[in-house]
Design a protein around this ligand. Structure first.
Ligand SMILES: NC(=O)c1ccc[n+]([C@@H]2O[C@H](COP(=O)([O-])OP(=O)(O)OC[C@H]3O[C@@H](n4cnc5c(N)ncnc54)[C@H](O)[C@@H]3O)[C@@H](O)[C@H]2O)c1
Ligand SMILES: [Fe+2]
Length: 400
């Protein structure tokens, strides 16, 4: 039984519209002279990379790796590392959604410690601190700017894989909601429902006191604890109230600011408490169908909630209220069910697919998805119910 819990984050969070103007001060405080910006063509096209470059061009020598891609492959990580080695930076900036931030995290780890990205997949495999790393999110979703994870697509094995280590929590997270104004509708929707999934999985995780950690093992994820609850609860409420608005009115800065806050709070919660069965299932499903991480999670979320409901009635009833459902006249069990209805409604409103087949999966892939998901122990043990292969086949058949 665990009796203590901890909380970790990025070294510092600088939050607010215009926050990116403080990048120059941050680079000076870190004493950086050669900075590699890890980004992609879309962020260059949107003018965001230019804004970042011009704010520090007088302070440091800059280079840009623009080869980032959505759901980055381990191969792109190798390319980014080769590019970085040739430039020899003393610090990195991850600029973009979770994909580019994760690429920057892995590159900063390999440059400082040697080895290859494959050596660092799994938990606590990174041997020491990374190069100084600043993450600047341009989506409101992953929470990677504060988290201890970097997620990649292993194309050889058709699965998403993750490196988890407190060493890859960025030194600075600069969260400037203005940078999300140019997010296309689908990116806003998919990354937003990913953030909601982080918050719900953290809020309904196994309790810290019951965290099923085998003797001798350590885990960055610790199960539910009071600080995680505060953050997750607030994140559910804020994202629930603002995601449709951000999708429908992309230039609504207030909605973008709320979503940026909600996603960061959710990142702080899940990166300490954990994410669970939704994410475990999304890893093989995303690896096979190439759906976005958010679309996969959003599609799975109501099905996994229904599966977890018996173990977390009180929390689901609370979530229904946080999502704006009128539960005043309902029993706890009825209110809990309304949380699932509210998520299904939200998914429909923002265009998240409702079934596995809509994501492009094939029925015969279900057993493989089930066994691969259950193999991801670090996520499965966070789930409030212990899933079995038959449970998962039933859940995925229902979701098909
Ligand atoms: N490290 C973590 O803790 C963590 C957590 C959850 C998910 N992830 C990973 O993050 C990735 C998903 O990240 P994401 O949802 O942020 O999307 P993304 O980074 O994959 O970006 C999706 C697309 O949107 C574009 N884009 C991003 N911001 C934009 C903007 N402001 N304007 C115009 N275009 C923009 C990108 O160029 C890209 O083409 C997945 O690989 C997922 O597994 C990581
Ligand atoms: Fe996620």
């Amino acid at each position: 039984m665990r009796t203590t819990w901890t909380f970790s984050s990025a070294g510092q969070i600088i939050f607010g519209s215009g926050a990116v103007r403080q990048l120059g001060d941050v680079v000076k405080r870190l004493g950086l002279k050669r900075v590699l910006i890890v980004t992609d063509a879309k962020l260059i096209e949107a003018g965001i990379c230019d804004e970042v470059q011009s704010s520090i061009a007088a302070i440091a020598t800059l280079d840009v790796f623009a080869g980032g891609e959505p759901e980055p492959s381990l191969r792109v990580a190798d390319e980014c590392i080769a590019h970085a080695r040739a430039f020899a930076p003393d610090g990195l900036i991850g600029l973009g959604g979770g994909s580019n931030m994760d690429l920057a995290k892995m590159t900063a780890a390999v440059l400082a410690n040697g080895g290859t990205p494959r050596d660092y997949i799994g938990e606590d495999k990174i041997p020491g601190p990374t190069l100084p790393l600043i993450c600047i999110p341009t989506t409101s979703g992953t929470g990677s700017e504060v988290s201890a994870s970097g997620v990649f697509t292993d194309q050889d094995n058709h699965i998403k894989v993750g490196a988890m280590s407190n060493y890859i929590r960025p030194s600075f997270a600069i969260v400037d909601p203005r940078l999300t104004l140019s997010c296309p509708r689908k990116v806003t929707a998919d990354s937003g429902i990913d953030a909601m999934t982080h918050a719900i999985e953290a809020f309904t995780a196994v309790d810290n006191a019951d965290f099923p950690l085998p003797p001798g093992q350590t885990s960055l994820y610790q199960g539910r604890h009071p600080l995680g609850d505060c953050l997750a609860e607030k994140a559910i409420q804020i994202i629930g109230a603002n995601l449709v608005r951000a999708v429908e009115s992309p230039s609504d800065l207030a909605a973008r600011e709320a979503m940026a806050l909600g996603a960061t709070l959710a990142g702080l919660a899940f990166s300490n408490v954990g994410v669970a069965l939704v994410h475990a299932l999304e890893y093989p499903i995303g690896g096979a169908t190439h759906c976005s991480h958010g679309a996969g999670n959003g599609m799975l979320l109501p099905y996994v909630m229904r599966y977890n409901l018996p173990a977390r009635k009180r929390e689901f009833a609370k979530i229904a209220g946080l999502l704006g459902e009128d539960v005043s006249k309902l029993s706890e069990a009825e209110a809990a069910g309304q949380a699932i209805v509210a998520i299904e409604k939200l998914n429909r409103a923002i265009g998240i697919p409702a079934t596995l087949s809509q994501l492009g999966a094939k029925r015969e892939q279900i057993p493989d998805f089930a066994s691969k998901a259950l193999g991801i122990a670090r996520l499965i043990r966070v789930n409030p119910r212990v899933p079995t292969v038959p449970d998962m086949i039933e859940l995925l058949t229902e979701a098909f």
